[in-house]
Design a protein around this ligand. Sequence first.
Ligand SMILES: [Zn+2]
Length: 241
Amino acid sequence: MSIVNAQIVSCKCGARVELDLADSIHVDRHPHLRQRLLDGELHSFTCLACLRTIVIDKQLFYYDHARRQFLCAFPMSELGNADACDAITRNAFDQALGSGAPPVLQVKPEQYLLRTCFGLDELRDKIRIDDAKLNDLVVEELKCQVMANTPALQERGVIALWLRRVAPDGSLEFLPEATQRPAPEAGPGAMAVSRAFYDDVAALGHEAILAARPGLAWGSHVSMRRLWMESRKQARHGAAR
Ligand SMILES: [Zn+2]
């Protein structure tokens, strides 16, 4: 069952706010929690004293057996510990549906989307990609290529692309996440990538994608942010020398 607890947090204005926070979501029993997540309403609250929006970034298990999705979202602050988080996710899967579960419940990890992610944007992204019957390794490679070849995204300080939807013509619509807010004249900011581009990347095959960019995936963590993390680590090493 889903586990939701009331917790008290302090708003920046000093007000103490009682919030309902989920530790785990079982979509089969509580489909409205999936909808809240996809609508951007999960763990997002308005402080009634100052009207600020409070967004809580916390660990969250997400189980959807009908769609065969098993994910764990960790707070962004844990991104540097991605490999340890991957072990937590896979261990939880083992206990729920793998070797630690009663034989009648056991499935193979390949039968599920088994993923570690960081932050609710990435959790939503993984679910939308899977719901659209796309492959997330292909999408992450596509994001790398789009970001490397689109100067406008670099100029805006875009650090991630999140799938918003697949349009009726099959194109993939992404919302860029930028370190700085876009200027008002920048428009709504969504960008579309053609389905033909996706199909071309998919045609490379997983082995070729990972041979060219081995850092893109590790265990249950499949994310272009792994490369960003690696480059930051290398920069720190370089600075230490
Ligand atoms: Zn407040």
